[in-house]
Design a protein around this ligand. Structure first.
Ligand SMILES: *Cc1c(COP(=O)(O)O)cnc(C)c1O
Length: 388
């Protein structure tokens, strides 16, 4: 038996180290990683620059409390705000915590600005995933709380794409709409720009806040810093984590000035959130990601990969019925069981991840090369061949 609480259905692979786009077992067997720790290791494994920055900080100072000044945290916040709509950043340690922060901030906004004690309802969508804390689970769908004897008021989940249901569910107590611009776990569903525009309009007309969960689709995964930036629409609050520090635990909830101003001293906090070690890595990640060449190369590669995948799906319509996604957040909708497809790829030493709607997610490091894409395309074609 294992002493680790049995909450994960783990495969029996054990990786010893990683380099670039590959993970290695102790015996030297290597796997091409199109999972990136679920969109976390976007700059690949053993990145020399990131390792150097981590070690520099590790030798200076790991942790101090947020009761003291943390200049690198200030710097990361300022740089993050320069990349998007936001004026404030709250640092935490995970995606779920950034969602918790978003829920608190949205509700507090109406408590403070309107003195409301009831405007707290948050509308979310089927197929969404927002994390595993009680609040984040409630946002992901109340049925997920049933097994914990827990009922959480203040969340209404409606069917993705059901415009009528959305309009009908809005009332004077609706505080916010929470949505992933690209659903990750739900099956790599990209919300079209016109939907984001429509949601913004609905929020403005009804005095509600718009929250984007970019924990998975943020940090250039979609080809833009944040996925909603393809639409030109700006949220009031945005949650991020996963790729923000390439695997060092860090999360961030970003807000506009108007909304963030309601959070005064003591209204929220975290012991570790944004500690020196985490933000040193966060800053190092931005050093690499914000280079213009980085984004250009990334967009070239993602076009190349997408066109390769489209040819494969044309050739094997009985295996792959649809290619979804944007940038390097791609999904293969399988004709047969997606679990078998993931397994077949694993047999060929390529890692991918299952998602909802029978989709196989491809989330390679953003630093992937053309050669590695070719290797992946070869393996995917073989998996289609094997599954015929
Ligand atoms: C992974 C994920 C979360 C939860 O992040 P954790 O770090 O596991 O708490 C929340 N929202 C989305 C969209 C995610 O993909």
């Amino acid at each position: 038996m294992t002493n680790v609480l049995p909450t994960y259905p783990r495969s029996n692979l054990t990786f010893d180290y990683g380099e670039g786009s590959y993970l290695y077992e102790a015996n030297g067997d290597k796997y091409l990683d199109f999972g990136s720790g679920i969109a976390v290791n976007s700059l690949g494994y053993s990145n020399k620059y990131l390792n150097q920055k981590l070690m520099e900080q590790a030798n200076k100072l790991w942790h101090v409390s947020n009761v003291y000044q943390i200049p690198e945290q200030e710097r990361l916040a300022s740089r993050l705000c320069d990349t998007c709509f936001a004026d404030y950043v709250f640092f935490c340690n995970s995606g779920a915590e950034s969602v918790e922060a978003a829920i608190k901030i949205a509700r507090r906004y109406f408590y403070v600005t309107e003195g409301s004690k009831t405007k707290n309802e948050i509308i979310t969508f089927s197929g969404s995933f927002h994390g595993r804390t009680i609040g984040a689970l409630a946002a992901g769908g109340l049925e997920k709380l049933e097994g914990f004897n827990t009922a959480v008021p203040g969340f209404t989940q409606i069917k993705y794409n059901d415009h009528e249901a959305l309009k009908n569910s809005i009332n004077e107590n609706t505080a916010a709409i929470l949505i992933e611009p690209i659903q990750g776990e739900g099956g790599v569903s990209v919300l079209p720009p016109e939907c984001l525009i429509g949601l913004r309009k609905l929020c403005d007309e009804n005095n509600m806040l718009l929250i984007f969960d970019e924990v998975q689709c943020g940090f250039l995964r979609s080809g833009k810093m944040f996925a909603h930036q393809w639409s030109g629409v700006e949220p009031d609050i945005m949650t991020t984590a996963k790729a923000i520090a390439n695997g060092f635990p860090l999360g961030a909830c970003l807000t506009s000035k108007k909304v963030g101003d309601v959070m005064d001293h003591g209204s929220h906090g975290s012991t570790y959130g944004g500690n020196p070690l985490a933000v040193a890595v966060g800053n190092a990640v931005l050093d690499l990601m914000l280079k213009e060449e980085f984004i250009e190369q990334l967009n070239k590669i993602s076009e190349y990969l997408l066109s390769g995948l489209q040819s494969i799906s044309k050739k094997y319509p009985d295996s792959i019925v649809e290619i979804r996604g944007k940038g390097l957040m791609l999904g293969l909708k399988c004709a047969k069981d997606n679990k078998d497809f993931v397994e077949e790829l694993r047999n060929q030493r390529m890692l991918s991840i299952k998602a909802g709607e029978n989709v196989v997610r491809l989330l390679p490091p953003l630093t992937i090369s053309i050669n590695e894409c070719d290797e992946a395309l070869g393996k995917i074609a073989k998996a289609c061949e094997a599954g015929k």
